[in-house]
Design a protein around this ligand. Sequence first.
Ligand code: NAP
Ligand code: G4F
Length: 324
Amino acid sequence: MKALITGITGQDGSHLAEFLLSKGYEVFGMVRRSSTEKFDRINHIIDKIKLKQGDLLDQLSLIRLIEEIQPDEMYNLAAQSFVPTSWQQPVLTAEFDAVGVTRILEAIRLVDKKIKFYQASSSEMFGKTQEVPQTEKTPFYPRSPYGVAKVYGHWITVNYRESYGIFGCSGILFNHESPRRGLEFVTRKVTDGVAKIKLGLKDKLYLGNLDAQRDWGYAGDYVESMWLMLQQKEPDNYVIATGISHSVKDLVRVAFESAGLDWQKYVKVDQNLVRPAEVDHLLGDASYARNKLGWQPKVSFEEMIKMMVEHDLALQQKILKHKD
Ligand code: NAP
Ligand code: G4F
């Protein structure tokens, strides 16, 4: 089996590539051209995967790639994925996260309609939540240009399924994290901050809204659900979540405590980090995925945060050692 992953250099792309290799897949990754190669998350598997150039902005590059590789499955994980940036670059975010999905679906429609397609949809689509917990049937109310673009990506996937019979699945994944998370997202920002404070490299951590609540899971668990969706008889939409939510304040407390620190001494609120429109509370109900896919999360929130703090402490210690 051949799988093509867009966004293979990202957090989820690297975890999914590892997972598919363990299943015996031939794994191809689409990467965009850059003057410097940033393959930190996939360096450990670089000899086992094949990287090809392409870009969500370039329709012909997508057609050519799919023609050349002839994948059985295609996972679209590429996106401008940081919510605050979507207010700074709303048009580019829409090009990547909304129209980019149409470009891939068009390429599949033209080259081979049998290719199974996974779209990385998001709990950000629920935004100002219309019910608690959120399921596949909960109406969307996005609160950022990112969320709006993801709603488009979701519906165009459903539309190509219904219009052309394409096996397109939409995974509505709630927040998921790992030591490979980008440093700008709140979990990693906190665990990186804890490590630097513990080692005396910094004395304050500035954050935005501490009251926001998220349903945080572990990325390694969530990529398995993507694959499971494409192994079903029929394409569908699935909510993937843990069913437990925590506030940013909880996250901060757990992370600082795991390094033996009192968070109240170090954390300050910076109003500039508060968003123009916030998603206050996300809580997912993944019953459908549990029953249909047999999927369930394995790593708890506390275990994951501890794993991230330990990783960041080891990383900072290594950097310090190299400076000596
Ligand atoms: P990430 O770490 O930010 O990775 C994003 C990937 O997209 C990177 O590989 C990036 O490549 C690539 N990319 C961006 N623009 C591109 C373009 N124009 N052409 C080709 N590649 C492009 O994101 P993630 O956390 O792994 O998330 C994966 C997907 O799941 C995203 O679509 C995200 O919106 C969605 N999602 C994430 C979560 C979550 O909690 N992590 C939850 C729900 C949905 P470069 O390395 O070149 O920048
Ligand atoms: O970690 P975050 O930036 O993630 P957010 O906005 O929930 O988006 C992530 O999850 C989505 C799924 O729901 C994905 F689709 C998306 O691609 C991304 O992976 O922020 C989480 C919460 C927010 O409420 C934010 O206001 O943390 C709050 N927060 C408080 N202080 C902060 C900060 N977020 C960031 N990034 N930085 C802060 O200093």
